[in-house]
Design a binder for this molecule. Structure first.
Ligand SMILES: Nc1ncnc2c1ncn2[C@@H]1O[C@H](COP(=O)(O)OP(=O)(O)OP(=O)(O)O)[C@@H](O)[C@H]1O
Length: 407
């Protein structure tokens, strides 16, 4: 029987019944020697296979690491201008350089003019990206008519007044500023702890002035592709001019406008480029017509002075946690639609929520409502509020400092 050449044939033993005992023994000994030889060959083969397996495992490991490195290496973003027989013509974002480049065979068929692609240092196209509109849509929140009004915001009346003066007035009465011969503030920076109503305030101004509200989170501007953050900033301002009047709201501006760090990593350089683009958009702002810009941060101490210079974010408004009276107002706002029992005492609750932000007070009211619902009631009582306060304190007492009990 023929076998695969790599596997040695199995020795056969032929014993003749006529054989003498000596002949039989000799045949068995010979057979034993043959088997031992085959055994030796097979053992060698197993050893070789083991070595080969180790080599292959090393190779897999090396390729995996190479793949990881390739995945984490910075890529540049470009737009495909034309697909020709000689290669693909791309235009790099950021510097607008046109380059004739190559593309991997498996990608070639999928690529057409207008596509966004990621290219490596030698401009080879590595992958096809989502369409630009998808990237824009992911990064920006656009609300043609936000529903928040000034009456929905409690405890920061002075801040509302300042924002109205700096943002609303120039949109509604530009001629007033012209007549007085002064430039309205370029950008307004709201700073203060999280959940104090900064986003609400920006939305309320947009609502009041019938402007489109366009929100971009600073963290979204920190992109993994070189030139992409700067491009998003340009997109943000061009979208605003398409939709004017518009209020641009950049939340977490510290993500792109922190003081320069000493590290010189490419990520930092990219963040710097994004910030420079933002500054240059703001510097060319006067001719932009009916667009106002509001930014917000919880990390005012981290901000680079460059963004606070005149003509940029030159109106700083602190939005703190509400005081006693403010907390009472926020409680009233968030319980407006609730079915409250007569024993709910806002004075006591305002006391007991010392140190709460507006957002935390809102959570307290929701949680109190949940207490009532769990108990099969629709009327919310003071006990529900007390239970909710206890629950909040038990969950995380650092998030709610100075918690005191009125009951
Ligand atoms: N002053 C306030 N009056 C009424 N509700 C408030 C107030 N502040 C916060 N809230 C409630 O908390 C929610 C979150 O507030 P908002 O997003 O405006 O806070 P923020 O200051 O922008 O927070 P962050 O800094 O975390 O972005 C609001 O939707 C609102 O329900």
């Amino acid at each position: 029987m023929s076998r695969s050449p790599s596997v040695p044939d199995r020795p056969t033993l032929e014993l003749d019944p006529e054989m003498s005992d000596e002949e039989r023994l000799a045949a068995l000994q010979e057979h034993f020697t043959d088997i031992m030889k085959v055994n030796e060959k097979l053992r060698e083969r197993v050893e070789n296979a083991g070595d080969r397996r180790e080599d292959l495992a090393d190779e897999v490991d090396r390729l995996q690491r190479e793949n990881e490195t390739l995945k984490t290496t910075s890529l540049y973003v470009a737009t495909v201008e034309d697909v020709t027989d000689d290669g693909v013509i791309i235009k790099q974002h950021g510097n607008n350089q046109e380059v004739l480049t190559d593309v991997a065979v498996q990608l070639r068929e999928d690529i057409e003019a207008g596509d966004r692609v990621a290219v490596n240092d030698s401009f080879t196209i590595e992958r096809l990206l989502d369409s630009e509109t998808d990237a824009r849509a992911q990064a920006m929140e656009v609300d043609a008519s936000p529903e928040v009004s000034y009456e929905d915001i409690g405890g920061i009346e002075e801040q509302i007044r300042e924002v109205r003066e700096a943002v609303e007035e120039p949109l509604v009465n530009p001629e007033q500023f012209e007549a007085a011969g002064i430039e309205p503030p370029s950008g307004v920076l709201l700073h203060g702890p999280p959940g104090t109503g900064k986003t609400m305030l920006a939305k309320a101004v947009a609502n009041q002035t019938d402007a489109t509200f366009i929100k971009m989170a600073g963290s979204e501007l920190v992109q993994k592709f070189i030139g992409e953050g700067a491009k998003l900033v340009r997109d943000l301002f061009s979208l605003a001019s398409e939709r004017e009047p518009a209020v641009i709201f950049i939340d977490e501006i510290d993500a792109v406008a922190s003081k320069r760090t000493d590290s010189k990593t490419s990520g930092d350089a990219e963040v710097q480029r994004t910030m420079m683009q933002l500054l240059s958009e703001m510097d060319g702002f006067e001719d932009r017509g009916e667009i106002r810009i509001i930014a917000a941060t919880n990390r005012f101490d981290m901000l680079d002075n460059a963004i606070l210079r005149p003509g940029r974010f030159d109106r700083l408004i602190e939005v703190p946690n509400p005081d006693n009276e403010g907390r009472r107002r926020v409680l009233e706002i968030h319980t407006r639609d609730m079915n409250l029992s007569d024993d709910v005492d806002f004075d006591h609750l305002a006391e007991a929520t010392d140190g709460f932000s507006g957002a935390e007070i809102e959570s307290l009211t929701t949680e109190s409502g949940m207490f009532a619902i769990r108990d099969g009631r629709t009327e919310v009582t003071m006990d529900d509020f007390t239970g909710a306060l206890e629950k909040i304190e038990a969950g995380d007492d650092t998030a709610v400092p100075n918690l005191r009990y009125a009951y």
